[in-house]
Design a protein around this ligand. Sequence first.
Ligand SMILES: [Zn+2]
Length: 388
Amino acid sequence: MTARNVETGTGAAAAPSRVIGSVVGGDGPRIILVAGMHGNEPAGVEAARAVLDRIERRRIPLRGEIIALRGNVRALRQQKRYVAEDLNRLWTEERVAALRGGAGTSVGPEQTEQSELLARFDALIRSARPGAVVVDLHSTSGPGAPFACISDTLRSREIALELPLPLVLGVEEAIHGTLLEHLETEGVPTILLEGGRHDMPATARNLESALWLILRAIDAIDADAVPSLERHRQRLRHAARGLPAIVEVTHRHHVPEGTMFRMRTGLAHFDPVKRGQPLADDEHGPVLAPADGLLLMPRYQLKGADGFFIGRPVRRSWLDLSRWARAARLDRLLPHLPGVSRDPLRPQRLFVDPATARWFTVQLFHLAGFRRLPDREGRFVFTRRIEP
Ligand SMILES: [Zn+2]
């Protein structure tokens, strides 16, 4: 095994570059780690570095290769979530197409970051053997347990369910333009990890533990290659004790740009909330929970358009049902339902007239492997997820 370019320095003193490090092992998948898509989340960089370092120093046999990249280099340098705009909201199909066409690369710091990252991803994904996986490492501004998010393809699910952490589904439907959404359209399984609060020492350790378990889940390392694999599992199990295994996002509270928003103190993600419970305050007064559920990702930082999310636990049997529905190609039936029509330009995309379609439409489309896009002209829009 050869290791190259593993940084040894720590902290913000050394000017960070795009590549954190890489390790090349034997035959196996390419694993791309992305850390610091948000510049105030350095724990991901620390975790990626710890894993690379350990593989190299302990000569842990690796099948495949790991490449760790920094997301927002400029924001990491300034230790801010972003410089001008959130890098993890720019990955819409339109913007990616424009960047690939050579447009909009020098408009602002995050556009430059995105264009650099996109070029890296395109090259790494194009030259990868089948089985490439991306892990996107994050932390949160509020307190709470670590968890994983995926774009709900079967392969991403399979990997994420190996982690003893809550799996949050539907984030990519509530937030548009995330890297997760982009990589799904590229057909690359992607796991987003939230390690805990930005400033907690446990956060980097949680992310590191999850990385080891993912390497094991995709068979890049043997079970006995890391002596402490069981300790990593126990650490995550302990951090997430008492929480549901699967949660679906049902509501996102949007904070308009430049407006005041302050979460009430003492709330953590996965806290149960009741409909009508005051969760935050904005320029119009108290912000109330719109429904019963679990609070997700309350915003305890100044920046960002996502105030909080509400989710609800999902039974494992629902996931089994949806795997069956996808295998049975339920998607082929959907265009024939009343109120459903195909996008003439993009055949994988379906329009649904909410006046004609039934209440269970969204659930049915989820089961069949579709993702909901923003509504257009009063119609629901769904796109079929690309299974790797
Ligand atoms: Zn983040």
